[in-house]
Write a protein of this length. Structure first.
Length: 199
């Protein structure tokens, strides 16, 4: 599957899931891009532009090209509509894209992963569903971490590793006791990786 739409609340792990998908593809790069409502800026961001495309412009490699056959991750994709959607449709409908100011199209080899913190019900009410359907993306819902208690292990391991990398006088514990895991599990969980739990 080369087009995926991840729906989940802030901090529910959409970026991590998209990156994991890129690793699973074992090729190309993981490139992130945040949606804007400016068509020219979006075309340049995704498709790039050639030298001289506009006054003072040097050449720029867009996200599609930089990702190669990896993953282009488009965050906050609920903001894509109207003329900006045309940029995506030009590429996704034909699996080709045209850099701004270029004369020849290039093949779209990367997967495109969209992400939105809006619920499906909210999206239905706020976006053009005909346009959204044309993306041809498989929709995956990521539940909040409050109902994914097993992911506490991965979140804590990543947090401890990040602390270990930054610390100069502190050593991360080799492991946690069953009692410590129980205490962590009993803490209020705020629902995302960026919230702090309190005992």
């Amino acid at each position: 599957m080369s087009r995926i739409d991840l729906l989940g609340g802030p901090g529910s792990g959409k970026t991590s899931r998209a990156y994991d998908y890129c690793l699973a593809r074992t090729r190309g790069n993981f490139v992130t891009a945040e949606a804007t409502d400016d068509k020219a800026a979006m075309k340049s961001l995704l498709c790039g532009h050639v030298s001289g495309a506009f006054p003072g412009a040097g050449s720029r490699t867009g996200a599609f090209s930089h990702a190669r056959d990896g993953v282009c991750f488009l965050d906050e994709s609920h903001g894509v509509s109207g003329s900006v959607m045309e940029v995506l449709m030009e590429a996704l409908d034909s699996n080709q894209y045209l850099p701004y100011g270029a004369s020849a199209k290039r093949p779209l080899d990367c997967a495109v992963v969209f992400a939105s913190n809006r619920s499906w019900d909210t999206l239905i009410a706020s976006v053009n569903m005909d346009e959204h359907a044309r993306l041809g993306a498989m929709i995956l819902h990521l539940p909040d971490l409050a109902v994914r208690r097993e992911d506490l292990i991965a979140v804590l391991a990543t947090t401890l590793d990040g602390m270990r990398r930054r610390a100069t006088t502190w050593a991360a514990p080799a492991g946690l006791s069953q009692a410590a895991w129980q205490a962590i599990g009993d803490c209020p969980w705020r629902g995302n990786t960026r919230a702090r739990s309190s005992a």
